[in-house]
Design a protein. Structure first.
Length: 248
């Protein structure tokens, strides 16, 4: 699955792998798993195995065909640093990234412990942003320390779905924070004070803050569709990006 994305903080998706396995509470209602099941039922190429981890090597060259500078979210349907993906395949992915300096690649992972290990013997391309998912204190917050160990142009946090108050976060070395509530019929609620605490910390540290969505529960604690709840926080949309850090 690739092409133009409906995700608010990117432009295109690129999925050199698909499928994954659940490792923390944020995975409980994984949208990629639901979508993979649908794509398998539709007999879509690449999803014959549903959500089983699959190397989609026929997609590796996709960014080479696009000359227009593009913001790519890498692996919206998987986790690029999944333990079953060999380093040799990661090397191929990052080779494509290096060959396309006109593009910017946003790489998000829950397997944060693999980041410093992989990059201990490799340099992260300047056009690759590295991020980790942070949904709670127990599983999410420790990932930030792993991310901070990697020397990269942009480090970001995707705090979605935000499942509890994260308290004080060590944001040293972080350039961008995305926050969002969970969507879908079984969405777990997110409270406004949790979001406010994160936003306030970002403002104090001069870190770009992006509020993606309320999801299935609104700021008033009422359950509605994601569209009806919208994206406003305190009467405005927060779409900050770390572009000045990237230099574009």
């Amino acid at each position: 699955m690739g092409g133009k994305s409906r995700i608010e903080w990117t432009e295109q998706t690129w999925n050199p792998t698909s499928g994954c396995s659940k490792i923390s509470p944020g995975c409980k209602f994984c949208y990629a798993e639901i979508m993979s099941t649908r794509l398998k039922a539709m007999k879509t190429k690449g999803y014959e195995k549903g959500f089983e981890l699959t190397l989609q090597d026929h997609r590796l060259m996709q960014p080479l065909k696009r000359k227009k500078p593009t913001l790519y979210f890498v692996n919206s349907m998987s986790d690029l640093f999944h333990e079953a993906i060999p380093d040799s395949y990661l090397d191929e992915v990052f080779s494509i990234i290096r060959q396309t300096p006109q593009h910017t690649y946003q790489i998000l992972s829950k397997r944060s412990e693999r980041l410093p290990d992989y990059f201990s013997t490799r340099k992260c391309p300047v056009n690759a942003w590295l991020g980790v998912s942070v949904e709670d204190q127990k599983y999410g917050l420790p990932r930030i320390a792993h991310l901070r160990q990697v020397n990269t142009q942009i480090r970001f946090l995707s705090i979605e779905p935000l499942l509890e108050d994260l308290g004080e976060i060590d944001l040293k070395g972080i350039h961008w924070v995305i926050v969002g509530g969970e969507s879908g019929p079984k969405a777990r609620p997110m409270q406004q004070e949790w979001v406010d605490r994160i936003r306030d910390q970002c403002e104090s540290a001069n870190i770009a803050f992006f509020f993606k969505q309320w999801g299935g529960w609104g700021a008033d604690g009422k359950k509605r569709t994601k569209k009806d709840n919208g994206r406003e926080l305190h009467g405005r949309v927060w779409d900050e990006m770390p572009l000045s850090e990237q230099g574009i």
